[in-house]
Ligand binder design. Structure first.
Ligand SMILES: [Zn+2]
Length: 238
């Protein structure tokens, strides 16, 4: 482990999103002595063919607990409904308060150009919540906390304009990543016809090819975070 302990918070729209888009990265960090927290803004409870949403929500939360355990992460749930996640001050302050409580150093979330409204809203909520959490002038029960790392993750439902800036080699924890996904009936093929586990395995292989390793997972920086200002070209001092 490096001298500094990191704490990754992954904010996902539906139980399962955080794990598919960042499970490998989370497992790699927790296995190297760092901390991680997974936050699900909704359970993603409306997609089941036979179970009513209330029952499926309970199942999804149990699956999320099991997946977080596999990844070595803590898990938190916000009480919003699948497909009805709003972007408003209530949810933004709830997440900001959680950021002040949990004190992550890095926040990962959805890229906003998505086919799913909840994913877009989660991206917007996470961005604002991180900003509110960091502002001392915003008085809440807990003092301000700045999570200075902020990145978007790769998710098949959020593809438009997603361009990876960072490739993380997850080869050593690939099996853990797959095991975490397998905790969900959704990903085992029982709920949706989308081949989740095949897709995310293949994506990790493809990203691994590009990163010259076996398996990789990627992140994208917010616009502007790639801008560097100084007396010379970064990495090429005068
Ligand atoms: Zn989702």
């Amino acid at each position: 482990m490096s001298d500094r302990q990191h704490h990754i918070m992954v904010v996902g729209a539906h139980c399962g999103d955080a794990e598919v888009m960042a499970g490998g990265i989370v497992a790699k960090y927790t296995r190297n002595g760092h901390k991680a927290s997974i936050v699900h803004l909704t359970a993603g409870e409306k997609g089941h063919r036979t179970l009513p949403p209330e029952e499926y929500a309970e199942q999804k939360r149990r699956e999320a607990q099991a997946a977080a355990e596999v990844l070595g992460a803590d898990v938190y749930f916000l009480p919003y409904k699948d497909a009805e996640l709003p972007v408003n001050d209530e949810v933004i302050y709830q997440l900001a308060d959680l950021i002040r409580q949990v004190k992550p150093t890095i926040i990962l979330t959805h890229w906003k150009e998505s086919i799913h409204k909840d994913h877009t809203n989660t991206s917007l909520i996470a961005e604002d919540a991180r900003f509110y959490a960091a502002l001392p002038a915003i008085k809440r029960e807990l003092p301000a906390h700045g999570a200075w790392g902020f990145f978007y993750c790769e998710n098949w439902e959020d593809p438009y304009g997603y361009e990876p800036d960072i490739y993380v080699d997850i080869s050593e924890v690939f099996d853990v990543y797959v095991e975490a996904m397998q905790q969900y009936e959704l990903f085992r093929g029982g709920v949706s016809s989308f081949r989740y586990i095949d897709y995310y395995k293949a994506l990790a292989v493809m990203r691994g090819c590009l990163a010259n390793c076996q398996y990789a997972q990627t992140l994208m920086r917010p616009r502007g975070a790639n801008v560097q200002k100084g007396p010379a070209i970064p990495g090429y001092p005068l």
